[in-house]
Design a protein around this ligand. Structure first.
Ligand SMILES: Cc1cc2nc3c(=O)[nH]c(=O)nc-3n(C[C@H](O)[C@H](O)[C@H](O)COP(=O)(O)OP(=O)(O)OC[C@H]3O[C@@H](n4cnc5c(N)ncnc54)[C@H](O)[C@@H]3O)c2cc1C
Length: 518
């Protein structure tokens, strides 16, 4: 059995492997040469203290102790397995496919967007203000919404599936083994596309299929049971359909709504994205810049209650960039991503507030269960109307936003398409403005320097969670009224984030394997 050891280190000590192993050997009272192999099993930074500390948990393999085996998965050949149609190749769709293969099924994926290589070109065009490909962008295309992201792998829903196995699956497909032990693991946008591509290669090499540029436009239902999907005029037979289309796929919700498939409006969250100089966040979180060379770009997590309404930070990207995450050219939607090194000069985060059913009650009569979707769309269109006729985003200095003051100039930004000064506080619904202003005021007192005009807010951060749920039976996980229709992932309203969507995809595959599939 390897020895497990916990060390509390200064940031300088933690970056030197030699120092770490010398300290470990001293603590175990053995010679350094007897440590044949070591691996970190947990690492976290405790920045509450000044100076910050690094907590390391190590496994040490002494003398002839057998080294741990490398992560490996053997997926079976499923060429002759029962075919299952999966719509969408985001984390939910891809992980559903891998798990289906473990059960012996042959996954057939349909993805509206391009493969990752071509998708890189689509997002580059968008950043150059050269137009949006409505089927292939930051939200749509191979790997789904998380392909060009920070790749944070944190989830609150660890109990919903095998979290460690999901991380190991990513390592098997090319992620750094560091994600297995970091307290807040992330992959980075420079590495994610290769991992996604490798998952596709696994699926294809075992007999599965991935079709790109195939936007599913209808689901065929006969006698309350799924029997196929349509891609324009093309009909594809299906004994079961996993619908993993994400929460930006408004055409899918509209199509289901029109076909009479029951949907449910649900509460969600929207707001703005705030951007600070990373150095400012480092100074606040690490108390000085003295240790920054030995520590990762600092992050933060913020929550507040303002007049009974929750306000919180969402998808914080240290050392990141803000990106245009729109799916229609009449919207302005922002989100954040970062590379594995988190090396940019900026820190950004979504700052969002709860949107309750009552907040869009006035739209219920006209739009029914799609009222929240409509409310979200109207805000995105208002944001576009307050910028230019391209991918520029409306922006306002942070202290100005909180004071309800016009910004006469804007600070530099990581947002490549460019920003346009706008009084965001005047065109956001007033309950949102007040909640966000209150949140920023609270955090300004908790984190000195946070509420500053060196920072700015960009609009709008609207795609944090789905405003619609596609209901499912709690046991079979099928739609309660459509047999063998399996709503999955974030778009179905059962997940939020890369890992939780991946785990949901696996759960769906397990439920499908247990069903009485024709
Ligand atoms: C810029 C950005 C950064 C993010 N950063 C993080 C992060 O760091 N950590 C984190 O946990 N989460 C992050 N997220 C959120 C995360 O990406 C999503 O929660 C996750 O991808 C949801 O997975 P999903 O499979 O349910 O849906 P999606 O990833 O949205 O995948 C849905 C897929 O379905 C396809 N599709 C849609 N409609 C159709 C159709 N009609 N026919 C065929 N295909 C269709 C889409 O093209 C897409 O590929 C980020 C999102 C964005 C946009």
């Amino acid at each position: 059995m390897p020895q497990t050891l916990q060390l509390v280190l200064t940031p300088q000590q933690a970056v030197s492997e030699k120092t770490v192993l010398d300290m470990a050997a001293r603590q175990l009272r053995i010679g350094r040469e007897r440590i044949a192999f070591s691996r970190v099993v947990k690492r976290s930074v405790d920045a509450r203290k000044n100076p910050p500390k690094v907590n390391l948990t190590l496994e040490l393999f002494i003398d002839d102790e057998q080294k741990p085996a490398e992560v490996h998965f053997d997926y079976p050949d499923v060429t002759n397995g029962k075919e299952i149609v999966i719509v969408g190749s985001g984390p939910a769709g891809l992980f559903a496919a891998l798990r289906l293969m473990e059960h012996g099924f042959r996954p057939i994926l349909f993805e509206r967007g391009n493969n990752v290589e071509e998708r890189k070109r689509d997002v580059a065009q968008l950043n150059r203000n050269k137009g949006l490909n409505p089927d292939s962008n930051y939200a749509f295309g191979e790997g789904g919404a998380g392909t060009f992201s920070d790749g944070k792998l944190f989830t609150r829903s660890k109990k919903r599936g095998d979290y460690n196995k999901a991380l190991q699956t990513l390592v098997f497909h090319g992620a750094s083994p560091e994600i297995l032990y970091e307290a807040h693991p992330h992959i980075g946008t420079d590495r994610l596309p290769r991992i996604i591509e490798n998952i596709r290669k696994t699926i294809e090499s075992c007999g599965g299929k991935v079709h790109f540029g195939k936007r599913i436009t209808a689901i065929d239902i006969k006698d309350g049971r799924v029997c196929g999907v349509r891609c324009g005029d093309e009909r594809i037979e299906a004994r079961a359909v996993i619908l993993a289309t994400g929460h930006s796929s408004r055409d899918i919700y509209t199509m289901l709504h029109k076909s009479g498939v029951r949907l449910e409006a649900k509460p969600f969250a929207m707001g703005v994205r705030v951007e600070h100089p990373q150095e400012l966040i480092d100074r606040i979180q690490y108390h000085s810049l003295e240790f920054r060379n030995y520590l990762p770009a600092a992050a933060y997590t913020l929550t507040a209650q303002v007049g009974g309404r929750g306000v919180y930070s969402f998808c914080m990207c240290p050392g990141g960039v803000i990106v245009p995450a729109l799916t229609s050219s009449d919207e302005s939607v922002v989100n954040g991503m970062s590379s594995s090194s988190r090396g940019s000069r900026w820190a950004n985060s979504g700052i969002v507030t709860e949107i309750r059913l009552d907040d869009f009650g006035h739209l219920r009569q006209k739009y029914g269960e799609l009222a929240g979707l409509r409310f979200q769309q109207e805000l995105e269109q208002a944001a576009r109307a307050n910028a230019e006729d391209n991918q520029t985003a409306p922006a306002q200095r942070l202290a100005d936003f909180v004071a309800g003051r016009k910004s006469l100039s804007l600070p530099r930004t990581s947002y490549v398409p460019g920003t346009v000064a706008s009084e965001i506080n005047t065109w956001l619904p007033s309950f949102m403005t007040e909640a966000l202003q209150g949140g920023f005021r609270t955090w300004g007192t908790r984190m000195r320097g946070f509420l500053t005009n060196e920072a700015q807010v960009l609009g709008v951060e609207s795609r944090t969670s789905s405003p619609v749920r596609i209901p499912r039976d709690p046991v079979t996980l099928q739609h309660p009224e459509v047999e063998f229709l399996y709503p999955a992932g974030e778009g179905a309203g059962y997940a939020g984030g890369i890992i939780s969507a991946a785990l949901d995809g696996e759960r769906i595959a397990d439920a499908l394997a247990e069903s009485k599939l024709p």
